[in-house]
Design a binder for this molecule. Structure first.
Ligand code: PLP
Length: 367
């Protein structure tokens, strides 16, 4: 009898989340209200070392409003990685600015400061690294470049709640940073995003933009959107927030087990001074073997995996117009070689042993 599939991700929703939703529904106040305000304060305390946070209805909205709040718009260039989810560049493009793609560091898959330096032009206004898979980008290198060239720094921390760089949490380095609360992320509110901001003025602008430009009802100050989080979602997020530290510790110990037992593949390195929170545990294999390995893991071993991301942003039909003649060799190589293995906190010891056995025998079979 085939074993049960080990899924590549598994949101954990328990009795407390259900009770919190029920409490909000019974209150009759469903839209943005006191739960959202409490969630913002609690998230800031636990994730961003107290830096002000503003909740929105998705991570993508968070990126978009953060850029708008910081004044990014038509004629501006924002340097982003191509090896990420399309939301990063989409948010830039939706402001009317131009996403400019730069290559990554092969070790940890995040934006390379040298590549960014080479991509700066007189129109560059900002750099937006992604802390991909839960590993921090080289924020020191990028922040130094940003201050040298007078650029703003934004962080796409969608995958990196509680990751740190030189002891400091990601989401506290940039002028604006965004955390996603989508179900497969390290914690969820159903859908949602949290924006961490470096100043009261940015906080005010993001709050205005998420609410049709209104601080006072019907006194609209700027042209805005409805990107508000509901109290129902905030109530789920508040419960998850009390658990994300424990889940992160489990992700890290799962990753340590995989590091110690996988053979014949490149396990994910961690930069000096970085803590990785393993949103994904991403290995590299021979690119010519990747499809065979993914298929064999699923069909012969019932181990689900993911390929994040098979097509780099600069080659997506939606974004190629921003990438004429661009050559990003490390991005292309990563897109051919990566496989993300299950690392989520619901895995048992038996699951981890099955993953290791399956990967080791599948990789060996090809050599
Ligand atoms: C998930 C994700 C986003 C978008 O977040 P949503 O909450 O799904 O809108 C943006 N960037 C990266 C790197 C992501 O992984």
């Amino acid at each position: 009898m085939p074993e049960e599939l080990i899924p590549p991700a598994k949101p954990i929703i328990g009795e407390e989340e259900r009770a919190a939703v029920d409490r909000v529904l019974r209150s009759g106040m469903i839209a943005q209200g006191p739960e959202v305000a409490a969630f913002e304060t609690e998230f800031a305390a636990r994730v961003t070392a107290g830096r002000t946070c503003v909740a929105v209805n998705s991570g993508t909205s968070g990126l978009h409003l953060g850029l708008l709040a910081a004044g990014i718009g038509p004629g501006d260039e924002v340097i982003v990685p191509s090896f990420t989810f399309a939301a990063t560049a989409n948010a830039v493009a939706l402001t009317g600015a131009t996403p400019v793609f730069a290559d990554i560091e092969p070790a940890h898959f995040c934006l390379s400061p040298d590549a960014v330096r080479a991509a700066v032009t007189e129109r560059t206004r900002a750099i937006m690294p992604v802390h991909l898979y839960g590993h921090p980008a080289d924020v020191d290198g990028l922040a130094a470049l940003a201050s040298e060239r007078g650029l703003q720094l934004f962080e796409d921390a969608a995958q990196a709640h509680l990751a740190t760089w030189q002891g400091r949490p990601v989401g506290t380095f940039g002028d604006v940073a965004m955390f996603s609360l989508y179900p497969t992320k390290n914690m969820t509110s159903g859908e949602g995003g949290m924006v961490s901001v470096a100043s009261d003025e940015l906080a005010r602008q993001v709050r205005l933009l998420r609410n049709q430009g209104m601080e006072r009802q019907y006194a609209n100050e700027v042209v805005g959107l409805n990107n508000r989080m509901t109290d129902v979602h905030a109530a789920i997020g508040r419960v998850q927030l009390t658990k994300v530290e424990g889940w992160t510790a489990t992700r890290r110990s799962n990753a340590a087990f995989l590091d110690a037992h996988l053979e014949g593949v490149a396990v994910p390195p961690v930069a000096d001074g970085a803590t990785h929170v393993y949103h994904q545990y991403t290995i590299r294999v021979d690119g010519a073997e990747r499809d065979r390995i993914v298929t064999a893991l699923r069909e012969e071993h019932q181990v689900g995996t993911g390929v994040y991301y098979p097509i780099p942003n600069h080659r997506l039909a939606s974004l190629t117009r921003f990438a004429q003649g661009l050559d990003l060799p490390e991005t292309e190589r990563a897109a051919r070689e990566v496989i993300s293995l299950p690392v989520h906190p619901s895995l048992t010891r038996a699951d981890l042993e099955r993953i290791v056995g399956a990967v080791n025998s599948t990789v060996r079979a090809g050599s």
